[in-house]
Design a protein around this ligand. Structure first.
Ligand SMILES: O=P(O)(O)OC[C@H]1O[C@H](O)[C@H](O)[C@@H](O)[C@@H]1O
Length: 428
């Protein structure tokens, strides 16, 4: 992974070389803190050890009973789904991957009706083993399998923490089960059992993903000038401090569209606290050049744009044409066009003094993805250190979880009482 922060210098808001020098002392301190956390396997920091601590053999052994499934259906939400979905959507496989990460009845019913349930592996994932959406969806899936005459106990893999409802279910039915590693919050779990079981079921090279993660680990250093991940974390932090409160995250590859969703959870849930944070806005190049870019370039000066792309990709030639005015396209390729659009967006933002950062990988493959995902996690942890927020907790999300559970009669939660306090000002 390479990061180019040149277009964040001298912009509005923007940085100077002197700011970066001053910031670099703080990066060195933050790097020390992160290294200590990793050495002690502290909660959250342990995630940055996963490229070395994850056990690909255990993952392979757990998926082995499901020889060549037609599809994998993951039931999970948030960090228990987005990492696996990022890899699944980035890499091609003959085994289709589906994700039930919402409880919209129409969508759930439609998906279940479309799947050959006797050929599907159900991968149910919940770190806590208590998340209402995941468990409810799993109960629905289980019943649909039973209705279709499929023995769900033969086709279900569980990934969960040490205790909780899901752990008990796995034990009761003797289901193949993987452990969510200690000290790893969901949004930092892509390089663990949580993110990699689907990749293994799809036949991807899990070792290569972890090797990419180790490339990312090796490139952490006590200076933002030496570490791409820390350059990204420090730059985004410093820009946020100066008013860039939105980070428009814009991959130029459809295969990385879900990566932007994963990034949004990582950034929002980790850094949005104590009145601080930077709102991740998901965009896709070149499509959103024709919509959102207007705002990014000409709206309030409260944004930075992160442009992500692979340097190499499979390409398609654009046929020659004698249509007047279009001959410049003929003989070129769709990839050339996408690269030109990328360069044009970058230049258009820079010309309007909008800070933008370029993140590049060689190509979309297992190793590069492992490094990219690790790099963004490390960037996020560094940002959290610089901002002095508690990166690995999510009290605001949990507040809502408790309120919803209370409303459904799942326990006595004071948060649920606040629902009755809703203010009304109706216009019919
Ligand atoms: O894995 P689970 O315990 O089911 O949690 C799934 C998700 O639930 C919550 O909303 C958390 O804030 C997320 O970070 C987490 O990834």
């Amino acid at each position: 992974m390479e990061v180019d922060i040149g277009n964040a210098l001298g912009t509005q808001p923007g940085l100077t070389e002197e700011t970066l020098d001053r910031l670099d002392d703080r990066v060195a301190d933050a790097d020390d803190r992160i290294a200590r956390g990793m050495a002690d396997d502290e909660f959250g920091y342990a995630s940055l050890n996963l490229p070395e601590t994850a056990d690909p053999a255990a993952i392979r052994a757990a998926v082995e009973p499901f020889d060549e499934p037609e599809a994998v259906l993951t039931v999970g939400i948030g960090g228990s789904a987005l990492g696996a979905a990022t890899l699944a959507d980035a890499l091609e496989s003959d085994v289709d991957a589906y994700f039930l990460d919402n409880v919209d009845p129409d969508a759930v019913d439609a998906l279940l009706a479309s799947l050959p349930l006797e050929e599907v592996v159900v991968n149910v994932v919940s770190r806590s083993g208590t998340t209402a959406e995941t468990l409810a969806n799993f109960l629905v899936v289980r019943e649909a399998m039973a209705d279709a005459g499929v023995d769900w106990t033969e086709r279900t893999l569980v990934t969960t923490g040490e205790s909780g409802n899901l752990r008990r279910l796995a034990e009761t039915h003797d289901l193949p089960a993987l452990d969510v590693p200690e000290g790893v919050p969901g949004r930092f779990s892509v390089l663990s059992t949580v993110g990699l079981a689907v990749a293994a079921l799809q036949g991807h090279d899990v070792e290569a993903v972890l090797a990419g993660g180790r490339d990312g680990m090796a490139s952490l250093a006590g200076s933002l000038r030496e570490s791409p991940a820390y350059a990204y974390g420090a730059t985004t932090y410093a820009l946020a401090e100066r008013g860039a409160l939105t980070n428009a995250f814009m991959p130029y590859s459809e295969s990385l569209e879900t990566f932007a969703e994963w990034f949004a959870q990582l950034w929002a849930e980790s850094l949005g606290k104590d009145g601080l944070g930077q709102t991740p806005a998901r965009a896709l190049g070149a499509t959103d050049q024709h919509s959102q870019l207007q705002l990014y370039r000409a709206g309030p000066a409260d944004k930075l744009v992160t442009l992500v792309r692979p340097r190499e990709r499979a390409d398609s030639r654009i046929p020659e044409t004698d249509l007047e005015g279009l001959s410049y396209l003929g003989g070129s390729s769709l990839g050339d066009l996408l690269d030109a659009e990328f360069a044009a967006t970058e230049a258009s933002l820079a010309a309007a003094d909008v800070p933008n950062v370029r993140v590049e990988i060689d190509r979309v493959d297992e190793r590069a993805l492992g490094e990219l995902l690790y790099g963004m996690e490390a960037a996020c942890v560094l940002y959290g250190e610089l901002a002095s927020v508690s990166t690995f907790t999510q009290p605001a999300v949990e507040w809502g979880k408790k309120a919803a559970r209370g409303l459904l009669g799942g326990g006595d939660f004071p948060e649920a009482e606040a629902v009755a306090d809703k203010r009304e000002f109706r216009i019919d």
